[in-house]
Structures are given as structure tokens and as C-alpha cells.
Design a protein around this ligand. Structure first.
Ligand code: PXG
Ligand code: PLP
Length: 442
């Protein structure tokens, strides 16, 4: 261990932590100081089994040698290069490699630094696409209740999580929302895709009837809603959404920030469900979470609509200082190499059945009211403590960390999404931790 790891921060006040109960955390901090493969090391030296791939991003596991080496070599060779009106070779190489693993039809890539930026990029791309085609009245954006699309203004506007929206004013105008697809009374304890609820896609027809299709630019949904507690689409739902969008000339955006890069046992959720959107947003797994990066994929139809007018003019007035940052590109190439060598983009399919059985073995444990799973994602929904929502799940999170497992909670739902390198033995270990925790909490 390097000396740096031995230093204990003695003043935690300067860092305003994101999505954290700052005052509570700073009274009893949980610190991670190192990581390797499936495990973190806590500051007291304990090994912590990573049940969440960090924040759904470390799909290849931690500190993988190819990724580390790629970053080190790139940092010493070309650290930064301007992204506007200049290029460097590996960003082009990476774009080609990404298009190769993306669903057929996704032929161009726009780079960002996060999922939130990918979402705002995709929304702007959709609006500008219609305008470039002379269909500039298409300005409305349709999201979904309980959707999470990051924290920038576009993303929270189309998103559907109340706490992420209510403090921040009027957001973007011209946004409407589909209903969420969570039907616990009909679909509890479903393994994989639920039977009931495909008809909820028809709500898009109602929204179209209200606003008229000629005013709607795009629909954005997570194929599987992650942050809001793992809501798996009912059988046929995404196909219906696709049909309705196509019928009305509305672009369909899949936000695959979580589902992209192997989480469901296929490279993308679009592959899993056999539904091709017009735009796919990604981040997280694109670079294994190691260096911030996001990537927005689109069809040639969208890209080519911009490639008109005088050739010396900028076609899309959008981009980030760090779009395609060379070190982030190197991390992503090292990540893609690791995925390929170890078959990680499809490994989830081999483990999904085992994962499903292990998760559902928690049925009947204290507080459990539903269990959901797809690919290498699982959710265990708990009965909340009356009058104190989130408290029970948070207790589970703290207890799990004390026992040596990192789990994630949202509301009173435990969400699990381990690195795709997890073994069957480690699946048992993770589920046993959760079982013991459920038996211990109030
Ligand atoms: N879209 C989706 C579907 C996401 O899941 C974002 C956009 C935003 O990405 P960035 O990189 O800006 O955070 C996300 C991110 C959780 C959790 O535990 C989920 C996310 C981030 C942090 C925690 O549910 N999803
Ligand atoms: N704010 C200021 C003052 C800037 O100059 C820039 C970029 O040049 C930005 C914000 C945007 O930063 P980024 O490109 O990293 O998103």
C-alpha cells in the first residue's frame, strides 16, 4: 500500500458530498482506500465484496491491468488534446470500436464525460435533428415517471424522480411524462420481464393525441429503470413504444447508462429486447468507471441530417472541453479489450439463471415484499418502516458494509449489480450477506 493510503483525513467538512447525508456520513465515515477485481479495501483493512460495481459502472471489476496500463501509457504520451477543430488518433479508433459492439444501425458516436451529459447531448441532438430537417416545431420531449436521466437540467426535466426535481424551479418547458411501469399488485416476484403492463406504452398515444405528433421530438426511457429501484419493462412494452414512435416520426432514445456494456448479458439492452432506438446514451461501463466518459450513439439518418450546408461551418453547436479526452479514450480502449478477452459483454447471460435463483431464495426473509431480476441486476424491495421511509434499507446498507459487502439502496429497495466477473461462489456470498442483514435489521 502506498503511503498516501495510510493518511486519515482529519477534516471532512470541505468536501460537500454528492447524493449523501453529509452530516450523518461525517460522523461515521465509510472510507474505501483500495480495490482489486471483486473487492474494495476499507480504511480499516477489511475486504468488501462489491455488490454494485461501484455505482453500476465497474463492469470489468477493479484495477484491471489492461485498463491501468493503457491509462499510464497514454498519460505519458499525449495527456490532452483540444477536441474542437482538432483530433487525435485514438478517439477515432475508439469510436470505431464502439460502433462495432453497438447494436446494428448505431453508426456514429458523440463523446461526453458522464451519463448526465450524454442525456443532455441526446436531447439536444434530437431537437436539432428535427430542426435541421425543417421540422422545427417538434420541440416536446417525453420522459417517464420514475425515470432517472442524470442531474443536469435536461435530464431532471425528462426524469421522473420527485426529489431530483422539486427543488430546482420550472425546469425545461414542453416536457410530458409517460406513466411508470411498476405494477407490484400484478407482477411481484416476477423472474425477468413481467407479464402485465405492456399496454402502458399506449399512454404515448394519449400524449400524442393531446399535443399532436408534429410537436414531439423524442421519447426517452431507460430500457430497465435502474436508479428508481430496478423496474423491468413488461413483455412487449418497449416494442410497442418503438412502434408508436415510428408511426408518428418521434425519435426513441434509450438511456443505457446502466444497461449498456453487458449488464443484461448482451452488449446493450437494445440487443436484449430486440428493439432498436434512434439514439442510445451511455457512460459508466464505457470506461469501466475509471476515467469519466460518456458516449452517445446515433443512426446515420440522424447524423447525416446535420451534414448539409457549407462544409466549413460547424454542424452541431455542442461539445465539451473533455469530449474524447485522450486518457479517457485509452481507459475505454483498455476496457473494451478486457471485455473482449474475457467475454464480459455476454457473461451475464451465463450467470443470469444462477443469479436469479440466488436472489429469489431471499423470498420469505424478514421485510421482503418483492424481488426482481434481469441479467446481472437484482432488486429486493423491503416494507418501509411506517413514517420513516428509506430508514430500513439504509440500515441494511450500513450493516452490509460492516459485514463486508457493498450494496446500494434507493428508497426501501436494495439494488444489486455486481461486476460482470463475479463467480457463483461470490454470488452466494453476496446473497448470504443480504440474508443475514435482513435478519438483523429492525
Ligand atoms: N442515465 C441513467 C439511466 C443513469 O442510471 C445517468 C443517466 C447519469 O449518469 P452520471 O454519470 O451523470 O451519474 C445515470 C446514472 C444509483 C445510481 O445507485 C445511479 C446512477 C448514478 C449514481 C447512482 O441508482 N445512474
Ligand atoms: N464555463 C466556462 C467559463 C467555460 O469557459 C467553459 C468551457 O470553456 C465551460 C463552463 C464549459 O466547460 P466544459 O467544456 O468542461 O463543459
Amino acid at each position: 500500500m502506498s503511503n498516501r493510503l495510510k493518511v486519515t483525513p482529519n477534516d471532512l467538512s470541505a468536501f460537500w458530498m454528492p447524493f449523501t447525508a453529509n452530516r450523518q456520513f461525517k460522523q461515521a465515515p465509510r472510507m474505501l482506500v483500495a480495490a482489486q477485481d471483486m473487492h474494495y479495501t476499507a480504511s480499516d483493512g477489511r475486504k468488501i465484496l462489491d455488490g454494485t460495481a461501484g455505482l453500476w459502472c465497474v463492469n470489468a471489476g477493479h484495477c484491471r491491468p489492461k485498463i491501468t496500463a493503457a491509462i499510464q501509457a497514454q498519460a505519458a504520451e499525449l495527456d490532452y488534446a483540444p477536441a474542437f477543430q482538432m483530433g487525435h488518433p485514438i478517439v477515432f479508433e475508439l469510436a470505431n470500436r464502439l460502433v462495432d459492439v453497438a447494436p446494428a444501425g448505431m453508426e456514429h458516436v458523440f463523446f461526453t464525460n458522464s451519463g448526465s451529459e450524454s442525456v443532455d447531448t441526446a436531447l439536444k441532438m434530437a431537437l436539432a435533428y428535427h430542426r435541421a430537417r425543417g421540422d422545427g416545431a417538434r420541440t416536446r420531449l417525453i420522459g417517464r415517471e420514475r425515470g432517472y436521466h442524470g442531474v443536469n437540467f435536461g435530464g431532471i426535466s425528462v426524469g421522473g424522480i420527485v426529489n431530483n426535481r422539486k427543488m430546482f424551479g420550472t425546469l425545461l418547458g414542453g416536457v410530458d411524462h409517460l406513466p411508470h411501469t411498476h405494477l407490484p399488485e400484478k407482477n411481484s416476484y416476477t423472474r425477468g420481464e413481467p407479464e402485465h403492463g405492456a399496454e402502458l406504452a399506449n399512454e404515448l398515444e394519449r400524449i400524442v393525441a393531446l399535443h399532436d405528433a408534429s410537436t414531439i421530438a423524442a421519447v426517452i426511457v431507460e430500457p430497465v429503470a435502474g436508479s428508481t429501484g430496478v423496474l423491468i419493462p413488461p413483455k412487449g412494452y418497449l416494442q410497442k413504444l418503438r412502434e408508436i414512435c415510428t408511426k408518428h416520426g418521434i425519435l426513441l432514445i434509450f438511456d443505457e447508462v446502466i444497461t449498456g456494456f453487458g449488464r443484461l448479458g448482451t452488449p446493450f439492452a437494445a440487443d436484449y429486447f430486440g428493439v432498436t432506438p434512434d439514439i442510445i446514451t451511455t457512460a459508466k461501463g464505457v470506461s469501466n468507471g475509471v476515467i469519466p466518459m460518456g458516449a452517445v450513439f446515433c443512426t446515420s439518418q440522424i447524423h447525416d441530417a446535420f451534414m448539409t450546408g457549407p462544409e466549413h461551418l460547424i454542424e452541431f453547436f455542442h461539445g465539451y472541453t473533455y469530449s474524447g479526452n485522450p486518457i479517457a479514450c485509452a481507459a475505454a480502449l483498455g476496457t473494451l479489450d478486457t471485455y473482449k478477452e474475457e467475454g464480459l459483454l455476454t457473461r451475464g447471460a451465463e450467470l443470469a439463471g444462477y443469479w436469479e435463483d440466488a436472489l429469489h431464495s431471499l423470498k420469505g426473509e424478514p421485510h421482503v415484499i418483492d424481488i426482481r431480476n434481469i441479467g446481472l441486476i437484482g432488486a429486493i424491495e423491503l416494507q418501509g418502516i411506517p413514517g420513516s421511509p428509506t430508514k430500513r434499507a439504509f440500515q441494511a446498507f450500513v450493516k452490509a458494509f460492516e459485514r463486508g459487502a457493498l450494496i446500494r439502496t434507493t428508497g426501501d429497495i436494495i439494488a444489486l449489480s455486481p461486476p460482470l466477473i463475479i463467480t457463483k461462489g461470490q454470488i452466494n456470498e453476496l446473497i448470504d450477506h443480504v440474508r443475514e442483514v435482513l435478519r438483523q435489521i429492525d
